[in-house]
Ligand binder design. Structure first.
Ligand code: ZN
Length: 273
């Protein structure tokens, strides 16, 4: 039976609550398990299911909270089931990801609007898997990889390699534009500075794909800017992914893309990722 860990809640904007959780690395087949998110206004329940049953997703945004949410307190839980032998596991949120600061949220909201309208480019963020089902290329006992370029986990050691994508807008602050020339150009592995808002949270190893240009970057480092403990934006340094790198063979069609600002997401806002 898998175990849920690092279950966190974070307020992104006044009406957007982000939940994220992980599972302990496992040799079980994750697709044997189902998840469902519940919410209550009291720690002891009763809990109401706020998502359909889903599989292999570890991220959820609750953005259809009642309008008078301000004075209410919410408690969340995730239920994990393995239908084949009726095993169940229930875990409640115990940790707040960060304090809620309305000023930080407002700055992020404005920045997100500016990036989306004029100053940024559309990117898909693919969070690297740091938990999940071990890939067969990784020996759990010796902690060794037995393949140089694994197309099953993209060298992350976890099956699938990355979680589903989130669409957002980012600002690329240094980018050496390469005009196409007749001679093949030697690409430089120069670091590029990419700025993201407070959502989604990124970490080293995450992949950014700019779909309009088919450019890919891998995040090398992240420096968060906070206000009163609440995330405002994220300054990252990222390296361009070369054609010979394993991340270049990732097919975006194999991932669901969550578009928080898309009309579909507003009509069906309770989406687990
Ligand atoms: Zn692998």
């Amino acid at each position: 039976m898998i175990k849920v860990v690092n279950f966190l809640v974070r307020s992104i904007q006044p009406y957007n609550i982000e939940l994220s959780w992980e599972i302990e690395p496992t040799t079980d087949d994750i697709l044997d398990y189902t998840f469902q998110v519940y919410r209550s206004e009291a720690e002891g329940g009763p809990f109401e299911a706020i998502t359909p049953i889903f599989k292999d997703k570890y991220y959820f945004i609750d953005n259809v909270l009642p309008a008078d949410r301000k004075w209410r307190k919410y408690f969340y839980a995730v239920e994990v089931k393995r239908p084949r032998d009726s095993k169940e596991y229930w875990t409640q949120i115990k940790h707040i990801g960060e304090p809620r600061n309305p000023y930080a949220q407002e700055i992020s909201r404005v920045e997100r609007a500016v990036f989306g309208a004029v100053a940024g480019v559309r990117v898909y963020v693919l969070p690297i898997k740091t938990f999940g089902m071990w890939c067969s290329c990784f020996d759990v006992v010796s902690k060794q990889r037995n393949k140089a370029n694994c197309l099953n986990c993209y060298n992350t050691n976890f099956v699938g390699g990355f979680h589903n994508a989130v669409e957002t807008f980012a600002q690329i602050r240094q980018f050496t534009h390469q005009d196409s020339t007749e001679e093949p150009i030697v690409r430089q592995k120069a670091g590029v500075s990419i700025v993201l808002t407070n959502y989604p949270i990124v970490k080293p190893g995450d992949l950014l794909i700019q779909p309009d240009e088919n450019q890919r970057w891998k995040i090398a480092s992240v420096e968060p800017t906070r206000l009163g403990g609440s995330l405002v934006h994220q300054n990252t340094v990222a390296a361009l992914v070369d054609r010979d790198q394993v991340e270049y063979s990732i097919k975006i069609e194999n991932f669901d893309i969550f578009r928080p600002n898309h009309p579909d997401a507003l009509m069906h806002p309770r989406t687990a990722l």
